[in-house]
Design a protein around this ligand. Sequence first.
Ligand code: ATP
Ligand code: MG
Length: 177
Amino acid sequence: MVKDGLTIVYTGKGKGKTTAALGIALRAVGYEKKICMIQFIKGSWHYGEMDSSKRLEPEFEMVAIGKGFVGIIDDKSPKEDHERIAREAIRISNEKIQSGNYDIVILDEINYAVNLDLISVNDVLSLIKSKPEKIDLVLTGNYAKPQIIDAADLVTEMREIKHPFQRGIKAKEGIDF
Ligand code: ATP
Ligand code: MG
């Protein structure tokens, strides 16, 4: 049996969730598939994929919407701003999923947006349930809710065994961002 479109979840504390999703995109471009990646809460930081994704255009499209991690480091904007932006990200995600323009839609860090109460788990479940049969949907971020795990076809939990951060080693260009 071949299932047309899969719902894939990368969650867990260990590193590798977003890079796994990017790996799918890189692989799928090789078959001229169309991929859209929507970044939920990363807007104020710079990640290499924001530039390298341009080299994979037009097959790969990247949309960064968020305003930085809520309540962490550089965050000074009120929660309502984050909520408004997360709702906007849901609206755009729904548009992209329903557009018929993509084979794969990646909702990067969407699980954090749910965990931070910026959007509800039902917002995500309705994206999953209403997606066209053919589309593969990839959801990343730790703390994936049980309802999302239930609704998915493939769930991988990244388990941290070691991370250089534990030894005070800072995030590294090309590896972490
Ligand atoms: P990556 O983008 O490297 O695949 P990720 O998507 O699994 O990581 P996130 O929770 O989105 O992880 O975290 C984003 C940033 O935090 C990245 O720079 C990532 O390398 C770093 N990071 C991920 N896991 C850990 C960890 N266990 N300890 C410290 N930093 C981490
Ligand atoms: Mg990530």
